[in-house]
Design a protein around this ligand. Structure first.
Ligand code: 9PG
Length: 534
């Protein structure tokens, strides 16, 4: 980075100084930088794993997603109605004649907005440090990651494990019986995966982290099966949310996050129920969290995927008057300590506040066995829901996190059963996971053809050489891969689509309808799995 470039900038901050390696360090609760040219594109950076992260033309505006009930699960609800281009913790602007101006916070609780001819960053709670970079995007992010690492820490484990995860084939329809069968198949067919990760579907309820009736051996019994097959046992939990049907909700309402008026803070809607958030500053809630993590370790799980973590950083009135993202970090620290040496994969996680406290992080929305969903894309204006294109788009823009943690772009598919992705789309996902360095799949041995299985095994075993050749292009073992034409943002919907979308969006606010959808989804899943036995 050329520091003399900074002479052209008009900076408003309490203080600023040069940083070794390039760029400037600014201090202030609000800082702003006048742009040295006309802005052309802005980098939207989403709050948590699933939130949209993408470069967009400055004339593009982030639409308000529908329905509002889902906002907490999709983006930072505090800034969801911001009309100007904006981003969580940082923003980057490409100005005319190339070149990027980047303003990124080195602390928590920060947001960046593009004004007409300047970029402005604000901390919610108190003043803090900012990094101002200018020049080439790649060099700027390298420097930003380095500065974040100095303050928040980095990862502990050199190589990410290869993972088999139950979610993208079985969803919640898992059982001890089906998992033991799959485990046996992986073992006899010698799939090169280190971790066997049990996802959503084993628990009594969201909040009651005990095995349900489909796991009669208990979760310790299940872990023993995994270990006997020479794999690390992995388990999914969403420890910072609770649903009304859980006993956690019924017995410990005071541990949940309330607003100033004493009402529970909504944290989204899933599993046919509204979600509520744990107050991670409440001493008893923290004790419960630590005990839960120790229990999971005691059962024999050395890899945990913790999901829906954004709930810990929602705005509300907490037991301790901490800024919301510092409160989340308190919870995550407790979790990290209680987990000891276990591998921690965070998911649905606020990005910067999780740095230094996890080993891996999901860096985009869920993949799916389809490319995209026109209803969600055009009518609900939502680019954060499960879908392969959404996952590719956001994950490709988050690879700069690699010096700080293992970047998990989610699972790859090799199967053609129960899959509408084309060969090209499957390859794009596979290549992204090679570049991200984190390989996971949910493909079931019994669903694959001989050729598909051989290709998947060879893929898992491969260690290709990778060079970045452009913003979204790479050379993988001499093969050129270019993602650029696959990840453009869809044009904003036209007038009639918008009206129709408004109607669908307001219907989708209705919880009875959402419950009915959930039931229908489960029935369809059961039917699919009947037709395609494990
Ligand atoms: C288990 C899953 C898997 C998956 C996670 C997370 O309603 N939603 O918008 C929504 C988005 C993502 C999501 C679930 C619901 O997926 O990312 O890998 O673990 O939970 O429930």
């Amino acid at each position: 980075m050329n520091t003399s470039l900074f002479d052209q900038l008009k900076i408003v901050a309490d203080t600023f100084q040069q940083v070794k390696g390039g760029g400037l360090l600014l201090k202030g609760q609000t800082v702003s930088v006048a742009l040295p040219g006309v802005p052309r594109r802005f980098l939207y950076h989403g709050w948590q794993s699933w939130s949209l992260t993408a470069w967009a033309d400055v004339s593009w505006r982030m639409p308000v997603m529908r329905p509002a009930r889902f906002h907490p699960m999709q983006t930072d609800p505090v800034h969801v109605r911001e009309k100007k281009p904006h981003g969580s913790w940082f923003g980057a602007v490409e100005i005319e004649n190339g070149g990027v101006v980047f303003l990124g916070s080195l602390g928590l609780d920060a947001h960046v907005v593009l004004e007409r001819d300047s970029i402005r960053g604000t901390f919610d709670a108190e003043k803090g440090d900012w990094f101002l970079g200018m020049g080439k995007e790649e060099a700027i992010f390298k420097q930003y990651a380095l500065l974040l690492k100095e303050r928040l820490g980095g990862g502990r484990i050199p190589t990410p494990p290869r993972v088999w995860c139950s979610w993208y084939s079985l969803c919640t329809e898992i059982s001890e019986r089906s998992l033991v069968k799959i485990l046996g198949d992986l073992d006899t067919r010698k799939w090169p995966v280190e971790v066997f990760q049990i996802d959503d579907g084993w628990q009594k309820s969201i909040g009651d982290w005990e095995p349900n009736e489909k796991f009669s051996l208990g979760m310790d019994g299940m872990a023993a099966w995994v270990k006997a097959a020479d794999r690390v046992a992995g388990l999914w939990l969403a420890p910072l949310i609770a649903v009304p049907s859980s006993s956690l909700y019924r017995h410990h309402r005071d541990w949940l996050l309330h607003d100033r008026k004493g009402k529970l803070v909504p944290a989204g809607f899933n599993w046919g129920e509204p979600l509520y958030a744990l107050d991670t500053t409440h001493p008893q809630a923290l004790e419960w969290l630590a005990a839960l993590m120790k229990k999971v370790r005691g059962w024999g799980y050395d890899y945990v995927k913790l999901d829906f973590l954004y709930a810990g950083a929602l705005p509300g009135k907490r037991h301790l008057d901490l800024p919301r993202e510092a409160a989340y970090r308190t919870g995550l620290k407790t979790i990290r300590e209680a987990l000891g040496g276990a591998y921690l994969l965070t998911c649905g996680a606020p990005i910067i506040p999780s740095v230094g406290l996890c080993d891996g992080m999901r860096i985009g929305p869920d993949v799916a066995s389809y490319w995209d969903n026109p209803r969600d894309r055009d009518l609900l204006r939502n680019y954060t829901v499960p879908g392969t294109q959404n996952a590719l788009r956001t994950s490709l823009n988050r690879l700069w996190l690699q010096p700080l943690l293992h970047t998990d772009p989610d699972a790859v598919y090799f199967r053609s059963v129960q899959n509408s992705l084309t060969q090209e789309q499957k390859s794009l996902l596979q290549d992204l996971a090679l570049i991200a360095g984190f390989k996971a799949t949910s493909d079931m041995p019994a669903w694959l053809t001989k050729e598909e299985e051989a290709a998947l095994k060879a893929y898992l075993a491969s260690q290709p050489s990778i060079q970045r050749t452009g913003a979204y292009s790479y050379r993988i073992d001499g093969r050129e891969v270019d993602f650029s034409s696959h990840i453009a943002l869809p044009p904003l919907p036209g007038f009639l689509t918008n009206i129709w979308g408004g109607i669908i969006g307001s219907l989708a606010q209705n919880t009875s309808l959402l419950k009915a959808f959930d039931r229908k989804g489960r029935q369809a899943l059961k039917k699919t799995l009947k037709a395609n036995p494990v």
